[in-house]
Every structure is written in structure tokens, then in C-alpha cells.
Design a protein around this ligand. Sequence first.
Ligand code: NAD
Length: 530
Amino acid sequence: MPAEFRNEPFTDFTNEENAQAMREALEKVKAQLGRDYPLVIGGERISTEGKLESINPANRNQVVGRFSKATKELATRAVDTAFETFKTWRNRPAQERVDLLFRVAGIMRERKHELSAWMIHEVAKTWAEADGDTAEAIDFCEFYAREMLRYAGDHPLVQVSGEQNDLDYVPLGVGAVIPPWNFPLAIMAGMTVAAVVTGNTVVMKPSSDAPTIAFKFFEILEEAGMPAGVVNFMTGSGAEVGDVVVDHPRTRFIAFTGSKEIGLRVNERAAKVNEGQIWIKRVVAEMGGKDAIIVADDADLDEAATGVVQSAFGFQGQKCSACSRAIIDAKVYDSMLEKIVERTAKIKLDDPTAPGTNMSAVINEKAFKSINGYIEKGKSDGGRVIIGGGSDGEQGFFIEPTVIADVKPGSTIEQEEIFGPVLAVIKANDYDDALNIANDTQFGLTGAVYSGDEAKLERARKEFHVGNLYLNRKCTGALVGVHPFGGFNMSGTDSKAGGRDYLLLFLQAKVSAEKVGATTSRRADAGTAI
Ligand code: NAD
């Protein structure tokens, strides 16, 4: 039995030895920027004419990696290859798949800073944010490996005389794994290993903004001994080849994390039965958020301001869990604004490779324009920019941490996911009003309440309709196993990644009932499956 699961500790970069290790990793990665990477289908490396480039958001002239774009034919071949590989992979003992994940976790632990350094270059994460992403990826491997052992074990049924009844969890088939760029290692790896450890095979299509870190992870899977064709690595346009993989009649499930728009598209396409298809496709879709922190009149305002600022601006506000709305009781509104501004002013916006940087560039030009558009819209709708608002797209896609006060409930920036460093501050008449404003959204991912009154916190437990509620703490930073993660309403299917129910989404239960003599037990003779 493996040791009890423990979260991977975060690295303390104030320790000079750790800082030096990270500097070395950054140098090592810098020397490898701009290389070409292939598609990998059934273990075969394939280059195509069409290329896409992954760019450093903080240094837009720096190419991090150059990738082959899959054609529709190759996307089809990737699903067919995964389908063939499934015939053998599904029958491997669970212990073998579990051991693969433990080896993957071990390699990632050894190369922790190198993996983080790739993310620092590819998506402009700061040292601490990249380190958290890598730690979470390791956690997913360690956690799901243990979970698989649990699912492969016995699941007692009520027994009747004359029968031996068993329930076994069996895999689904071929999955399309479609991750976002914002946790380009953790979410990508988490969805992939959950599918693989349960006995499925996959076509993994990383985001075009973060394919290099996905390829580095794919290489680790190979190094750890994953058979060819279990994970097929496919880069290319989401719209072109994404649709092909989702539509393919041999695709059995889709594990998607990304925006509401694409999640709904995937869900709709997956619902259509195509020629030759003999199942209903399963869709696991984790989507956007419009997360709020409520600050009640009896809150510890210093704690609350720190929580709001950390949740709003960590990784440039590009977390699905980011606080994009601070809903503050009118009685403490002005003093909270002051404290929020004070803390925001201390954020250092800079190159992510520098150790002291707290915030860096947003992911790409499209996001840069869209976020700036939301800042303008916030102003024209009557909001007051009390700090930030500036941006500089010359060298990279830098946008200042921006706080917009006096935002009206129901207005655009109070309702739509901005996915950038913009905090809307809303004044609530009282706690009732604050809860109403918080819930008046199509999303329901994370939320937090700061209050010194246990009755108010209890009301939030019952009435604040989010998948992940935090009380007197920030609304970001979910830990695997500790805070299983997933949202309500348009935030997705509430899959609770990193929780005990997650692997069930990649499995189906098969029950077998055998007529036997009263005392014979097939299982007792045969031993367990693993
Ligand atoms: P996105 O929806 O633009 O892209 C997600 C993935 O879908 C990418 O790999 C993309 O290439 C792919 N894709 C695009 N078109 C496709 C198509 N037609 N068919 C199949 N795949 C297609 O999202 P993003 O910008 O990468 O990520 C940001 C979004 O993700 C935000 O909305 C954020 O809230 C959300 N997110 C949610 C969670 C969660 O757990 N709920 C976690 C992280 C991010």
C-alpha cells in the first residue's frame, strides 16, 4: 500500500538554494526555446506543413515552441489509434497503470523547477504561481493513483443465497482531453492521468497557447513507460481538429476545461449521434466563473483586503477561481476600498523570470484587447477606476492590476467573465443584498465570505450557490484532495477534480451475477483484480 496522500509542498524561494535551482532551470529552458515539436500518434512522431507558434506573453518576440498543426485526417487517425490501443490497455492490471502514475509523479518531482520554468516562459506565470501549478500536477498523479487502487478494490453488494454478485468499475473507451492554457500543466495532466489510470486511452489536444509544457509532460509519460497509443499528442486549431475529435463516432467521452462558449459547443456536438456510434458520449465540462468575495460589515477588513487582492490578481486574474467581484457592505465600503488600493499598489508587474515579480503579462493579444475593452466598458457604465487601468502591449501583454469601484449590479463587467486583472467593486446595502448580488450570475464556481459572525457564515453555506465556498479566506488556491474542485450552473458539470468522485467520471460499473452453490465464491478462489 502506498503511503497516505500528502500534498506536494510549495517551494520556499527565499531559501537561496531553491532560488539558485530555479535560476538554473530558467537558464536551461531559455537555451531550449524555439524548437520544433511533432504530433505523436501511436508513438509515431509526425510533422506537418502547417505550424503554430507558442509565444512568450511577456516577450512577444520570443517563440517558446513551434508545433505541427494536425489535419482532419490526422485527428481522425489519432482517435482510431486510441481505439485500437484501448483493446489492450483496458486489460492491463490496475496496479500497472497506478505504478505508471507514481513514476510520472516521481519524474515531475525531480524536474519540478524545469517544468515551472517552461510555464514561466510559455504563459508568464510568476515563480510562485508556476511552482503551485507543478505541485498540483504531481498531486493529481499521486491522488488519482491511490484512488484507482480504491476503485479496483472490492465494492460490497448485498449477497443473496445461490449467487455470487460482483461490481467492477471498467473504463469507457477513447477520450478527448481538451485543457485550457491557464493551468497548462496541472489541469492538462490531471484530466489525462485520470483518464489513463482508469484504463481509457486518449487524444490529448493542448491549448495552442501552452503546447510546450504539454509536450514536456507527454515526454515524461513516455519516459515513465506508457505504451505507445495510450496518450496521443495532437496540436492544432481547436475549431478545426477539436470538432473532429469530439464528433468522431469512436470517441466515448470528452474531458474539457475551458470557456463557457467552447464547453457548450463541445456539449452540443457530443450530444449528436454520428454514423457508427453506439453510445451516448459523456461530457465532463469545467467552464468559466464570475467569482465573488463578500465582505460583511463585521469582517476583519485587513484579512479581507488581502484575500480580495490575492484572489483578484494572482496569475493576472486568469484563474477560473479568481475574485472578479468584491461585494462590500456599505458600512465598510470606503475603508475597504482604501485597503484594497493600498495592497494593489504594492504589486510588482514585471518580467515573470525575475524572482520578485508578483504579476506579469496576460496570455495573448486577443486577451489583451478584450480585457482592455472590459476596462473601458466598466468606465463607460459608470465605474470609477481607483487604481490601474493602464496597459502596455509593446514588449508583452502587460495590463496593470485594475480596481473599478462603484460597479452596478447587472452591468457588463459585473456579469461577464473578464479573465484578467480587473476587479469590480460593488456596494451592497447589507448582507442580504450582498448574497443576492453574489448569486445573480449564470456562473457558480467559487465564492468567499469574510465575516466575524458565525450565523452569516452559516447562511452562506446554505445560500451562496457555488461549487467551492471559502469562509474567511481567499477564493483561489484549491488543493487536490483538500478542496475537490468544480462549479455549478454555467461553470460546468461540477466534476470535483481532485476529489474522491472524480475517477467515476471515467468509469462505468459492471455488475456480474453468477449462479453458484451456497458456499462457493468465485472471487475468494480467484483473488482480486489487482
Ligand atoms: P477556451 O475555451 O478558449 O479553450 C479551451 C480548450 O478548448 C483549448 O484547448 C482550445 O484549443 C480548445 N478548443 C477551442 N475550440 C474548440 C472546439 N471547437 N472543439 C474542441 N476544443 C476546442 O478556454 P481557455 O482560454 O483555454 O481557458 C480559459 C477558460 O477556462 C476560462 O473561461 C476559465 O474560467 C476556464 N477554466 C475553468 C476551470 C474550471 O475548473 N472550471 C479551470 C481553468 C480554466
